[in-house]
Design a protein. Structure first.
Length: 148
């Protein structure tokens, strides 16, 4: 008796339902960070991370928070940026304080849509599984009847 392989039809992959960092392209800054971005010329409330970084750089340049001699040093004590960072200064050679601040002050749109996405993925996987069961049932029970 000949049987069909069901592996091709029944391969489910979770990777189809994962959200990669590249897919998360819009962020919403919390109010203190949004004020900084607006002071640097940004408009609106939604940005890409690249835009946020651009406007932060603009803010530092416009407010002249960087050291003229050592331009990698940013002195932000007494400024809203310093309050957000919880620091008086930082070096762009070690941007980890900046990244920590961004993690706390940026909300990704994926957060709101992830739950809905997971629901659709579960439904998709359930339908895929149901399709696999039908293929198996066909192969086991109905396919042999065609040869009788």
């Amino acid at each position: 008796m000949t049987s069909f392989s069901t592996s091709a039809q029944c391969s489910t992959s979770d990777s189809a339902c994962r959200i990669s960092p590249g897919q998360i392209n819009q962020v919403r800054p919390k109010l203190p960070l949004l004020k900084i971005l607006h002071a640097a010329g940004a408009q609106g409330e939604m940005f890409t991370v690249k835009e946020v970084m651009h406007y932060l750089g603009q803010y530092i340049m416009v407010k002249q928070l960087y050291d003229q001699q050592e331009q990698h040093m940013v002195y932000c004590g007494g400024d809203l940026l310093g309050e957000l960072l919880g620091r008086q200064s930082f070096s762009v050679k070690d941007p980890s304080p900046l990244y920590d601040m961004l993690r706390k002050n940026l909300v990704t749109l994926a957060t709101a849509t992830t739950e809905m996405g997971h629901l659709f993925c579960r439904i998709s996987h359930a339908l895929e599984l149901a399709g696999c069961i039908l293929v198996i049932l066909f192969n086991v029970f109905l396919y042999p009847l065609y040869f009788w």
